[in-house]
Design a protein around this ligand. Structure first.
Ligand code: X2X
Length: 332
C-alpha cells in the first residue's frame, strides 16, 4: 500500500515536471523559401540545431520551407513576420525588398563584381545601414547568409549580348526592380513566385530564369529545358536571419544572445559551404549537357551599360547614404 502511494506520488511528480518543461521549452516558426536540399534551407536548419544545442533543448526553431507559411508567396514573407504570423525567417533580400526598399541595393545589376565586394558591403557600414532599415520596419536582423550570385539561363540560345535577350520571356521574382532590369535589357520579364517558376519553365510559358548555381543545380533546372546558362554574376542576394520584434522583446537577454550567436555561426558556415560548392556545381551542370557561356570584358561591359538606367531609377529608393557606403566599401 505504502509502495503504491509512493509510486503514485512519483508519477504525479514526473507528470508535473513534464508539464513544467513543456512550458519552459518554447517553439518558434522559421520561414524559408528553399528546403534543406539547398544551402539556404541548410542555413536555417543549422541555426535551429545550434539553438537547440546551446539552449539545452529549451528553444526549438521549427523550419517551414517552400514559403509554405505564406502559401508560396515569398514576397509576403517579411509582412507575415512583421505581423507575427511568422516568428522568424532566413530570407532573401530580393523577397523582402518590396517592404524594405533599401534592400534593392543588392539587386542593382553589376554593382558587386564578386564575393569580396559582397562581403565588403555586408560586413561594413553599408551592412549596418541595411540592417537598420530592416529594424526600422519592425524586424530584428541578426546575421547574414547567402543565396549566391545569380546567373541567367534559357531554353533557346547562348546569351552573350543584351541583344540575345531581346524578346525572351524571363521569369523573375515579384520584386519591381527586376522588371526594370530585364526591360532595360530588351527582354520580356514575367514576375512569379519560385513555386510557379518550374511549372512555367516546363510548359515553356517562360523561356528563361535567373538564379544562383546552387538553385540551378539542386532544382535540376536543366531538366526543364534550360540548356543555355550565362555566367554574368549580375547580382547576389544575401540571406538575412531575422526575428519578429515582439518575439525578440519577450526573450530573456541570455536567449537573445544564443539566437544571435547561433545565427552568426550558421550564416558563416553556410556562406562557406555555399561558396566551396560552386566549382563542383558548375562542373556537374556542364556534364549534364548545359552549354555554359562566360562573358569576355567587352560583352560584360555591354550588359553593364544597358542596365545603368536601373541604378539611376533606384538610387533614391535605396537611399544615397546606403548607396555611397556600399560604393565606398567596394572601392576599398
Ligand atoms: O525565387 C527565387 O528565384 C529564389 C528562390 O532565388 C528566391 O527566393 C529569391
Amino acid at each position: 500500500m505504502k509502495l503504491t502511494r509512493c509510486l503514485t506520488a512519483l508519477a504525479a511528480a514526473a507528470a508535473l515536471s513534464a508539464t513544467f518543461s513543456a512550458t519552459a521549452a518554447r517553439e518558434y516558426s522559421v520561414s524559408t523559401v528553399l528546403s534543406d536540399a539547398f544551402p539556404w534551407g541548410q542555413a536555417a536548419q543549422k541555426w535551429a540545431d545550434l539553438v537547440e544545442e546551446r539552449s539545452k533543448g529549451e528553444i526549438t526553431l521549427r523550419v517551414y520551407p517552400n514559403a509554405q507559411l505564406v502559401a508560396g508567396d515569398q514576397t509576403k514573407e517579411f509582412s507575415a513576420m512583421r505581423s507575427g504570423l511568422i516568428d522568424m525567417a532566413v530570407g532573401s533580400t530580393i523577397n523582402w525588398s518590396p517592404q524594405v526598399p533599401e534592400l534593392n541595393l543588392f539587386s542593382l545589376p553589376f554593382l558587386m563584381a564578386d564575393s569580396s565586394d559582397l562581403d565588403a558591403i555586408t560586413q561594413g557600414e553599408a551592412g549596418k545601414l541595411a540592417f537598420a532599415a530592416i529594424e526600422k520596419r519592425g524586424i530584428v536582423p541578426l546575421a547574414w547568409g547567402e543565396n549566391g550570385f545569380r546567373e541567367i539561363s534559357n531554353s533557346s540560345k547562348p546569351v552573350k549580348t543584351p541583344a540575345d535577350l531581346a524578346g525572351l520571356k524571363i521569369r523573375v521574382v515579384g520584386s519591381p526592380l527586376f522588371q526594370d532590369t530585364f526591360t532595360a535589357l530588351g527582354a520580356n520579364p514575367t514576375q512569379m513566385s519560385w513555386a510557379d517558376a518550374k511549372p512555367a519553365l516546363t510548359t515553356g510559358a517562360v523561356d528563361g530564369q535567373e538564379n544562383p548555381l546552387s538553385v540551378f543545380d539542386v532544382a535540376r533546372v536543366d531538366q526543364v529545358g534550360q540548356k543555355y546558362l550565362t555566367l554574368w554574376h549580375y547580382m547576389a542576394d544575401p540571406l538575412v536571419f531575422a526575428v519578429n520584434q515582439r518575439v525578440w522583446k519577450q526573450l530573456p537577454e541570455a536567449d537573445r544572445e544564443i539566437l544571435r550567436q547561433a545565427a552568426i555561426d550558421a550564416g558563416k558556415w553556410e556562406i562557406e559551404l555555399s561558396r566551396n560548392a560552386e566549382a563542383k556545381r558548375l562542373e556537374d551542370i556542364r556534364s549534364r549537357g548545359v552549354e555554359v557561356t562566360e562573358l569576355n570584358d567587352e560583352q560584360h561591359a555591354a550588359f553593364v551599360e544597358a542596365t545603368r538606367v536601373v541604378h539611376e531609377k533606384w538610387a533614391n529608393k535605396i537611399g544615397t547614404e546606403l548607396l555611397e557606403a556600399a560604393r565606398a566599401a567596394i572601392a576599398k
